[in-house]
Write a protein that binds this ligand. Structure first.
Ligand code: ATP
Ligand code: MG
Length: 584
């Protein structure tokens, strides 16, 4: 290991972590035990996410507690208590029933992070419908594709989004019966209704119908990093995972102020931007605006954020900003920083320690897993570059595939293979929408196969190697882009790097890196040669990039993931495939 582990001295932490003894917690863990922590709907009515996340708290001492502090782009602040959330989501659920929208029907949202989106999500869950949030920056094609694949019955959106992108699609969406506009007072036309008017007329009381824990709750499309986005369907029982990860990974305590920076268009923005903090009865910050280093530091300072959940792409952007900027802000309330979505380069973990005063905790999961599966924990040592250890209740393994397609578990340490999970955890996806065959192919030999490659060290820490699709085969070696990208990022002029395999007749593929230089550095030929040499000295000639090209920006998904398949297609002059999630 290149980097020294970061050890924690628990007595010196501001708050005693919930998970102290990893081994003992895993050994005594049971999902049935977690299920018993939830009240359930009255009279044996089952388990409903919105009841457990909102109504359960609103009916007790947390009624007046701040659940969501919403920060508008223009400086507006809106505070919603658990009681407010209950009323607002009840009204939305009543709006749906008054329109004849029932159980299992899909309600989509196409909006930024506006308060109505959160009420619509919770209200849809109360109505035992299926909620599907879309990124507001999607253009007409990705919107049409998702609404149509998802059999949308209702769309919640703004007047502007509707006029610009949706109005022209309506004749191709025969199932889409109602469009609810969040910012008009009068109904504009046939099937296009004013949400404020409907909400105003609706009752603030609603009785959640019986909900089976297996009832469908949320539909999320994957990020589209490796190809056409898949629609992963989740059920109400998923809240068990959200409760447990909130406790052990995000280490929620009653007085926490939590900020998850993800948009609900991406699974992190619902599982952790909505459900997990509410399930714990804690306060969340929701910022309507997009990334801006100054604004983000100010929010951390002014809102006294204690637990912060963000993504490597944002962290790398903060790393590019001058450190002097950070020093102008008081981040003394912050005690835990987590990251998800892409591998977190060791440099970023250490930057956190140095500049934020806290190491960054990486964790791993997917749209399909519905919640965090492998993580670094507040009380446990961090091995920089590792995504940590499986959540209590989760069994993770490294598999090898035999030629006949069957799999075998690799028990020896430090061997690369396919990362797999033992099926059956509560937030596991239950289907890929309209793609039964693809769903089935994710499972083999009693495992769910994630599509990522990883290795496990002798002590049980997991290390991400790459996506199976991104792995480079060069001169008999398998090279994961992450290893190369992380090494290049240690060069002082490199802000970011994206690495691909470029076909070459003799050795299979050569490693090629696309490099973004930091402000203040020029992409000169001299620098290119210097980084080539730097790569060779760090990685050895078999793994180091043979070619380096400078690029202004790496192509990324809206959830901030490097789209290596696009770098490759562009390099080779091949069709780009689905680009619906490409950040503009
Ligand atoms: P698609 O499946 O459509 O190609 P996607 O896999 O990027 O898109 P998501 O479900 O949003 O869609 O992302 C999950 C993937 O993100 C993981 O399978 C993994 O490749 C990557 N990922 C998430 N967290 C981490 C992490 N901490 N370290 C490394 N990779 C991560
Ligand atoms: Mg995926």
């Amino acid at each position: 290991m290149d980097y020294e582990p970061i050890r924690k001295v628990v007595d010196s932490l501001a708050v005693q972590p919930n998970l102290l003894d990893y081994g003992a917690t895993c050994a005594s863990f049971s999902w049935e035990g977690v299920r018993r922590e939830f009240a359930g709907l009255p009279e044996g009515g089952g388990l409903n996410i919105a009841h457990e996340a909102v109504d359960r708290h609103a009916a007790g001492p947390l009624r007046q507690k701040l659940a969501i502090r919403w920060l508008g782009r223009d400086g507006t602040v809106l505070d919603l208590t658990f009681g407010d959330l209950r009323e607002g989501s009840n009204r939305f659920a009543n709006v749906l029933t008054s329109l004849g929208i029932g159980k299992g029907e899909r309600v989509f949202a196409l909006a930024g992070r506006i308060p109505e989106l959160y009420l619509a999500a919770l209200g849809t869950l109360k109505n035992v419908g299926v909620f599907c949030p879309l990124f507001s920056a999607f253009g007409p094609d990705p919107i049409l594709q998702r609404l149509s694949r998802g059999d949308a019955r209702v769309l919640v959106t703004t007047e502007r989004q509707y006029a610009k992108k949706v109005a022209g699609l309506r004749d191709r969406l025969p199932l889409l019966q109602y469009i609810l506009l969040t910012d008009v007072e009068e109904d504009p036309g046939e099937g296009v209704l004013s949400l404020p008017r409907l909400m105003g007329a609706a009752s603030a009381d609603f009785t959640i119908p019986p909900t089976d824990p297996e009832d469908r709750a949320i539909l999320h499309f994957t990020s589209g990093t490796t190809g056409m986005p898949k629609g992963a369907v989740h059920v109400h029982n998923a809240i068990l995972t959200h409760l447990v990860t909130g406790r052990y990974v995000l280490d929620f305590h009653p007085d926490d102020i939590f900020w998850c920076t993800a948009d609900p268009g991406w699974v992190t923005g619902t599982s952790y931007g909505i459900v997990a903090p509410l399930a714990h009865g804690i306060t969340s910050i929701i910022d309507e605006a997009d990334f801006d280093a100054e604004r983000w530091y100010r929010i951390l300072q002014e809102q006294r954020v204690t637990v912060w959940y963000t993504a490597p792409t944002a962290i790398r952007m903060l790393m590019r900003a001058p450190e002097e900027q950070r020093r102008r802000f008081d981040l003394s309330a912050l005690r835990l920083v987590h990251s998800v979505g892409e591998p977190l380069n060791p440099e970023a973990v250490l930057w956190g320690e140095r500049v934020l005063g806290l190491p960054i905790h990486d964790n791993w999961w997917q749209t399909e897993t519905g919640g965090i599966m492998i993580a670094n924990y507040a009380a446990l040592e961090i091995r920089p570059g590792s995504m940590g250890r499986p959540l209590p209740g989760i069994e993770a393994a490294i598999l090898w595939r035999r030629d006949d397609g069957t799999v075998e578990e690799v028990t020896a340490p430090d061997v690369e293979g396919e990362l797999a999970l033992r099926p059956g955890w509560p937030s596991m996806f239950r289907e890929y929408l309209h793609d039964e065959e693809r769903y089935r192919k994710c499972f083999a030999g009693g495992w769910y196969i994630t599509g990522d490659l990883a290795r496990r060290d002798a002590d049980g820490w997991f290390w991400f190697v790459g996506r199976a699709d991104d792995i480079i085969k060069t001169a008999g070696h398998m090279v994961g882009p992450f290893e190369v990208e992380s090494a290049l990022m240690e060069h002082p002029a490199v802000a970011e790097a994206g690495v691909i395999g470029k076909p070459e007749p003799v050795i299979g593929e050569i490693v090629k890196a696309f490099v973004v230089v930091k402000a203040g550095h020029e992409p000169t030929e001299e620098l290119r040669l210097e980084i080539l040499g730097f790569g060779r000295s760090k990685l050895g000639s078999a793994v180091a990039p043979k070619e380096i090209a400078f690029i202004d920006n790496l192509p990324k998904t809206r959830s901030g993931k490097i789209m290596r398949r696009l770098l490759k297609a562009r390099e080779l002059g091949l069709p780009e495939g689905d680009t619906s999630t490409l950040e503009a």
